[in-house]
Design a protein around this ligand. Sequence first.
Ligand SMILES: *Cc1c(COP(=O)(O)O)cnc(C)c1O
Length: 349
Amino acid sequence: MTIFTVGPVMMYPETLQIEGTQLPYFRTEEFGQLMKDIERDFLKSVHAPEGTFFIGLTSSGTGAMDAAVQNVLTPEDKVLVINGGTFGERFAKITRNHGIPTDTYDIPFLHAFSKDEFEKFSGKGYTALLVNACDTSTGQLFDLDYLADFCRRNDCLFIVDAVSAYLADPIDMARQEIDVLLTASQKALALSPGVALVALSEKARERCSGGSYYFDFNSYIENQKRGQPPFTSAVGTMLALHQRLESIMAKGITAENDLHRSRAEYFRNAVKDLPVEIPDIPLSNSVTPLIFPQKNASEVYRRLSGDYDLYLTPSGGDWKDVQLRVGHLGNLTTADYDNLLDKLRIILG
Ligand SMILES: *Cc1c(COP(=O)(O)O)cnc(C)c1O
């Protein structure tokens, strides 16, 4: 089986080995040291400025989105969400669920973000902008440098869900003045699901009021001073995360971005002779959306999985027969893509 999905993804042998080993007890100095290493490497991997806080949660990525909203925002805020697909829609559902006045910039399927349209939201008194660096449902990558400038001009918080973009696309928390940056273990980190990582600016930390018991950032930050989580951590995933971050940081974050870029480019070039289309929108290195003009995406998905044990990421709702997504995260090689391309050629005749 090979999965080209966007979480979980193909895992590395080192991860499989660590995650298959007896867990240690975690209220120890050793585990505390390991969590401090993770803090250092994670913050470095996103170019966090000095003074940035680290929070390691036991939850999927959505848990971190919800936690960020609950900790940093209140119903006194007025927020703007970039709704470029399923994950943007999710952010807006979360903020509204917490009674926070929310407007959305809605981007129709297959349409690119437009700065001209977006500028209409400038000067409207927003206190925070929420965006998914890549909305994984379409693969669209948003221009964080431009959005950072928008936040600077509008003096609003910049909250970035980088769950799928982390490691695949360049992110610079310092330059982009990001206040909340979050990701999760089952994407490019290629670990089991269940750990979410958050980097919090000092400005965002000052706003944390502890709206939630389980997700109280202040409590995580206080406990992290000795490398301890307030509650039982996903210990095995943390051990594997430690190894992954060490190996990624040894090669450097630019090399990791390049790895994903070259995979995405390899696949996008090779797919040109197939009867599928790649949307003309800015794309993340994490995933390639394929549009099937003959509306046979579900059939292609069924044949790839049923006949060849290859899994692409299907789309939901209206796009079920129109779009499949090919992930570039995790332990995938060009041989895996060659195999996928061969089988796509057979199926699409
Ligand atoms: C995967 C993903 C999430 C998290 O989803 P979970 O299923 O809760 O882990 C959040 N945002 C984006 C952009 C994602 O790709």
